[in-house]
Design a binder for this molecule. Structure first.
Ligand SMILES: [Zn+2]
Length: 307
């Protein structure tokens, strides 16, 4: 029943300005909550390594990787796009965020932990093969998926994304690859205005209208995700764990509560128990209301330990 927590101090040094919602305080709020709840005492703590270029190339073009490296500033901020900036520490934070997913896969497939949660930033699911977007630089979850397929020889990996925003970057990278089943719920219509028209057969997109709460979310997961996941029988379940669908998070307009994140995590544990030996690697995506974020991450991790 061992659960790994993978993080690194470099992920606290990346910041994009004092008013930017994707801020270092997100990780300190999570860490404080894990300490206060006692979970911090039982989790296995690991430092996230720096991802290598070969690992980044699992999901990105070398020219994009080179461009990110070249953009890294010696001081101040450089904006990669309208939402995503780099400070002098961002490159290492982004490499550690991607490296954490790789480490998580190595830990759970190597048997050192049954599940792993990566408390890292920047997040990843909006980052496309050759484009940063929406606070994301490297697509951490896609890199982890291809590491499991290519380095560990797995044949079927599921990526499940319950962030309130559609994971357009993950879709851009994995669409059409039958070794990966990508299941997503997201508010629609809403940023990034993708997902609702996806046609590749390995994509299970379930849009939710603004105002949807736990009842609608659970129906979407039960009817939309679970039959496809059970039929796919993944050998590893990866989670893009965004908590911005929480009702307290004013980034968007869904109304989930802490316990909805516990519930969906339990559903994914049952999927993983059935075909993947219980193996799950989850990585932090969104979630911007610090109290709700910290409580929801606690609920998410607590679900790994059982009902
Ligand atoms: Zn989000």
């Amino acid at each position: 029943m061992s659960v790994a927590l993978i993080s690194h101090p470099d992920c606290m040094q990346h910041e994009m300005g004092v008013h930017h919602p994707e801020q270092p305080a997100r990780l300190s709020a999570i860490n404080d909550r894990l300490v206060a709840s006692g979970l911090g005492m039982v989790l296995l703590h690991y430092d996230a390594p720096l991802a290598t270029d070969a690992q980044l190339r699992l999901a990105h073009s070398q020219s994009y990787i080179d461009g990110v490296r070249a953009a890294s500033p010696a001081e101040g901020h450089v904006w990669l796009d309208g939402d995503t900036a780099m400070n002098p520490y961002t490159l290492d934070a982004a490499l550690r965020a991607a490296g954490a997913a790789v480490e998580g896969v190595d830990l759970v497939l190597g048997g050192a932990a049954r599940q792993a949660f990566c408390a890292v930033r920047p997040p990843g699911h909006h980052a496309e093969r050759a484009r940063s977007m929406g606070f994301c630089i490297f697509n951490n979850i896609a890199i982890g998926a291809y590491h499991a397929l290519n380095q560990h020889g797995l044949e079927r990996v599921a990526i499940v994304d319950f962030d309130v925003h559609h994971g357009n970057g993950t879709e851009d990278i994995v669409a059409g690859d039958e070794r990966i089943l990508f299941c997503s719920t997201f508010q629609h219509p809403f940023y990034p205005h993708s997902g609702f028209d996806a046609q590749a057969p390995n994509l299970v997109n379930v849009p939710l209208p603004a105002g949807s709460g736990g009842t609608e979310f659970r129906e979407a997961v039960t009817a939309g995700w679970l039959p496809r996941l059970q039929a796919f029988a993944p050998q590893l379940v990866l989670i893009s764990a965004g908590f911005d669908a929480h009702q307290a998070d004013d980034m968007a307009g869904l109304n989930l509560v802490d316990n909805d994140f516990f519930w969906v995590t339990r559903q994914l544990c049952e999927v993983a128990d059935a075909s993947a030996g219980g193996r799950i690697v989850s990585t932090l995506e969104g979630g911007y209301e610090l109290h709700a974020l910290a409580r929801s991450v606690e609920a998410h991790i607590r679900a790994f330990y059982g009902p």
